[in-house]
Design a binder for this molecule. Structure first.
Ligand SMILES: [Zn+2]
Length: 958
């Protein structure tokens, strides 16, 4: 539930905007501080900002269309303020606040309330911020605000829960300790000596606890008393109520949070760059990657957000235009990707700007040359790149994006607002990422001048690195050297490649006209069906003023269903297309369009974003659909594929368990070792043959959603007809089939993992197919899951990730439990689950009619929620389209059935599913390395799946 969001620098960069239309442009010309909150012209919600009497700043967003209201509160404190004797304190306190307050003393009360009223909640801790958020059914908003705001007035911080929650934090750490991101992040910070950024972020049983001069409970209380003050808190609220009423709510619930008049914590301590940088770090990761990172530490320049110097530099470094390092080094077969990202306040008073490069084996042999090329290119930027034309391009791109900014879910919206309020002047919190006031060469040069060897760490990350040290809290091994002076000297010599700065972007949209009429179609319609090409069209109903659309072109072919070679080759095809077309994909992305090829039954070519230049993009993509490759390029793609499959085995056991679950129940899925063996046996001609096969034998299906007019549809048809192979044959539509559950069957999948923890999924299938059963499961799952989390996580500390879910296996409804546990083997865990199911039955039998109505109502509210953006709107239609339900009514059928469900129905659903010896079952047991000697769970009449392909051959399908 609660998690640490990894706001890695990687996530922050990436331009995805677009255009030239000047609607928004004139808004700010008078300096950074705006009098008014700046919102997108596409955003018609009402806004207000205010400062309460206790100095707490608030943003109110009134949106009559929302079915759920949301709130977030951020505190300007984080790991940078952790007491050195209790590292992980900021994060630990974040956990403790959920466990009862003066007015609502019950430790589980908040979670129960949330679950009863269709709520969701979370929180995260980072270096300089701790952020809390929730969303809830509109009619429970005031009650939820009352409970939530009490966290910040009078939390109980029960001493008796201190130990339990310490275990929860420990479980969270245990889950992440093998993740390379956390290991690398900590190692980088450990070079910063006694700068507070070097604290341990998550905390565990070693770092948190009673020590001679520092008692955990007392320190927790002290930390809260010191830093939880209204004047360093920010609140964002979204609801369906008018602004005046929201303002009254804000004052009522947040106005009495105590103001301790503290100074916002600010780090000023300097880092000794002699120690912290100028280093070459060899890092041995858990996953099989081949990587170079150039990691520059720069001064915090958050205040320059309106001049975007970091963005300007990132833009040039990561350009894919001819002559840039990305393009030159990829053409040599040395790298598969190069990107750049920055975080202005990563370490408090310092930020980072980094270049991340993924290597091939050839690249591994030329690492010094690659680093040299990037450093020489940075030199070129310093000399010739600080040019206004790039500013104009970036500004246009950002403007386009902001002008047609799409909404996100209100939960994510409030949390991003409350976080941004800590970093930017309040009137710029929405547009801070898009607002590019002016070209400022001085500020750009200021950043460029810090990209020097003295501020640089070079990371060599691969399975082949030499190591001499082991990290303390994480699993990584490493070795640190100084960057040699001869290497540094080589960077100032002229490059042997002809490096050049990027050319201009030609795909920026110019026309934002709306070409569709939504009144003509109330559901997707088949508008073309000729020569093996079928096109469905559907205009947006909720965002019909958006000049955007998404086009899926599905070259459907049945081979991957039965042929593991085809399965692997389709992935290789997609990888090589995406790699070969990186320049086009990047140019499109700056222009506000996305382009990708993904493997499926055949391949799917996706084009989305602004529709103006999509015809050009589609033509380019079709022309280049057959990637050019030589033997080396093919082998490198196989190497990436094999490592990618192998690295899946390093993921969290809980996420692996859901992957294995899908592998077992779906046709056309294969086991990892079989995929790897197959991949290693393939030759370049196999790919050529497969591509020919798919392009000659297929059925082309297109789903055009959004701003496409009749002319566009004809144009798409023509393009596809022209593209069709001469001897084309139309094949039957191939679709993945699902396991048909047989009464009494228990399908069991077991696997030993190389990571530490155990994951178990224990799933039951209701014997009767149909929406009636799915509806019952939907209502029950929330209640079931909350009880599972309260019992197994909070009370018994068995896991950080645990819950219940009701999914579907095609037509059938399921009910199941899942867990990732660091304390029990699979058999023991299964026994606990078996017991727990009986405990839950007692709880279910106690459910009152009122409580049931609330649950049902919450389910309906969620199902009927209006989409927030184009992607949410189209998603249920696309699901039906894949499944060939051309009534496009799956969601409506589910809603209709939910309306009819009674309390008696959900009780009998539980009975017929969980307590029914005849119900089919599926058990996935992944046994972590720590539990090697612990037994697996066994079942009467079990079908143990040792070979997934063999199981699929014998499996009944729906
Ligand atoms: Zn946490």
């Amino acid at each position: 539930m609660k998690k640490i969001i990894t706001i890695s620098a990687v996530a922050i960069a990436i331009l995805s905007g677009c255009n030239t239309a000047p609607i928004y442009r004139a808004v700010h010309e008078n300096g950074v501080k705006q009098e008014q909150l700046v919102v997108s012209p596409n955003d018609h919600r009402a806004y207000k900002t205010l400062k309460l009497d206790n100095d707490l700043e608030v943003i109110l967003v009134s949106d009559p269309s929302v079915q759920k209201s949301a709130a977030a509160l951020s505190v300007g404190v984080g790991l940078l303020q952790d007491p050195p004797e209790q590292q992980g304190m900021a994060h630990y306190l974040e956990h403790m606040l959920f466990l009862g307050t003066e007015r609502y003393p019950e430790a589980e009360g908040y979670q129960k309330f949330m679950s009863q009223h269709g709520g969701a909640d979370n929180a995260y801790t980072w270096l300089d911020v701790t952020n809390y958020m929730f969303k809830i059914n509109n009619d429970s908003y005031a009650d939820a605000l009352d409970r939530f705001s009490d966290f910040f007035k009078s939390p109980k911080l029960y001493e008796e829960y201190a130990d339990k929650e310490k275990n929860a934090v420990n479980a969270e750490w245990s889950m992440r300790r093998e993740m390379d991101f956390f290991g690398e992040f900590k190692l980088g910070r450990s070079l910063m000596g006694d700068h507070p950024a070097n604290h341990f972020l998550i905390g565990n049983l070693e770092s948190l606890g009673d020590k001679e001069k520092s008692k955990l409970h007392q320190e927790t209380v002290n930390f809260y008393n010191t830093y939880y003050s209204s004047n360093i808190m920010k609140v964002a609220l979204v609801s369906n109520q008018p602004l005046a009423e929201m303002e009254a709510l804000a004052k009522k619930y947040f106005g009495d949070i105590p103001n301790k008049h503290i100074k916002k914590p600010k780090i000023t301590q300097l880092v000794d760059m002699e120690q912290a940088a100028g280093k070459l770090i060899h890092y041995l990761p858990n996953t099989d990657v081949k990587q170079i990172n150039l990691d520059f530490t720069i001064k915090n320049n958050m205040d320059d957000f309106a001049y975007k110097p970091n963005r300007f530099v990132e833009y040039l470094i990561s350009s894919e235009m001819p002559g840039t390092p990305a393009q030159l080094l990829r053409n040599k077969g040395w790298i598969s990707s190069l990107s750049s990202s920055a975080s202005a306040n990563q370490y408090g008073n310092y930020g980072t700007l980094s270049v991340n490069i993924q290597l091939t084996d050839e690249g591994m042999k030329n690492r010094e040359e690659i680093v040299k090329t990037v450093m020489q290119y940075i030199h070129l930027i310093k000399n010739q790149g600080v040019n206004k034309k790039y500013f104009a391009e970036i500004k246009t791109s950002l403007n386009n994006e902001f002008q047609f900014l799409e909404r996100s879910d209100e939960f994510n919206y409030v949390s991003s607002l409350s976080a941004a309020m800590q970093d930017y002047p309040i009137n710029h919190v929405i547009d801070s990422g898009y607002y590019y006031q002016k070209f400022d060469a001085y500020k750009i040069n200021e950043v460029l001048n810090q990209l020097t060897p003295k501020n640089l760490r070079i990371w060599y990350i691969s399975k082949q690195e030499p190591t001499d040290s082991q990290m303390h809290f994480y699993d990584g091994k490493y070795k640190i050297e100084s960057i040699s002076s001869t290497e540094i000297e080589s960077w100032s010599k002229p490059s042997k490649f002809s490096l050049s700065l990027p050319a201009v972007n030609t795909l920026l949209p110019e026309n934002f006209a709306i070409k569709t009429n939504k009144d003509n179609m109330d559901k997707p319609q088949l508008v073309r069906d000729k020569n093996g090409i079928k096109i469905w069209q559907f205009p947006s109903h909720d965002f019909s003023n958006q000049p955007k659309g998404s086009l899926q072109v599905y070259f459907n072919n049945p081979k991957a269903q039965t042929d593991i070679k085809a399965k692997v080759l389709l992935s290789i095809w997609s990888d090589l297309f995406n790699l070969n077309q990186t320049a086009l994909i990047t140019e499109a992305s700056i222009a506000g369009m996305n382009l990708s090829v993904i493997p499926s039954n055949g391949i799917i070519l996706n084009v989305s974003g602004f529709t103006d230049k999509q015809p050009q993009l589609l033509s380019n993509a079709l022309e280049l659909l057959q990637p050019k490759f030589d033997e080396q390029g093919f082998d490198q793609a196989i190497d990436r594929y094999v490592r990618n499959i192998a690295n899946q085995g390093k993921q969290f056991p809980v996420s692996q368990s859901f992957g294995k679950y899908r592998q077992v129940i779906q046709t056309g899925q294969y086991q990892s070792d079989a995929l790897i063996d197959t991949a290693k046996s393939l030759k370049p001609e196999d790919l050529t043959n497969l591509i020919t096969e798919v392009l000659e034998h297929n059925q082309v299906r297109v789903f055009a959603f959004g701003n496409y007019g009749a002319q566009d549809i004809s144009d798409i048809t023509n393009k596809l007809e022209n593209h069709q192979a001469n001897n084309h044959q139309t094949t039957a539509y191939a679709r993945t089939k699902m396991w048909k559950p047989i009464p009494g069957q228990v399908v069991v999948y077991q696997e030993d993992l190389s990571v530490a923890d155990v994951a178990v999924i224990d799933l039951y299938v209701n014997p009767e197919p149909g929406f009636k059963q799915k509806a019952r499961g939907q209502i029950l799952q929330r209640h079931f899951s909350t009880f599972a989390s309260a019992k197994l996580r909070t009370e018994e500390q068995l896991a950080y990730a645990v819950g219940a879910f009701s999914g579907t296996v095609d037509d059938y409804a399921t009910l199941g439990l899942y867990i990732q546990t660091p304390v029990k083997g699979p058999k023991e865990m299964q026994q606990r689950f078996d017991q727990f199911k009986k405990e839950y039955l007692v709880e279910l039998n106690k459910m009152t009619p009122e409580a049931f109505e609330q649950l049902k109502n919450s389910t309906l509210i969620s199902l009927k929620e209006k989409p927030k953006n184009l992607e949410e709107e189209v998603s249920p239609f696309i699901n039906d389209w894949y499944k060939e339900n051309f009534n496009f009514d799956s969601r409506q059928q589910l809603i209709d059935e939910v309306e009819k469900v009674t309390l008696y129905d959900v009780k009998s659903f539980y009975h017929e599913t969980m307590e029914n010896p005849e119900a089919a079952r599926l058990s996935v047991q992944l046994r972590g390395a720590k539990f090697k000697d612990k037994p697996y769970a066994t079942f009467k009449n079990e079908t143990l799946v040792k070979d997934v392909a063999k199981f699929h051959n014998e499996m009944h399908v729906q």
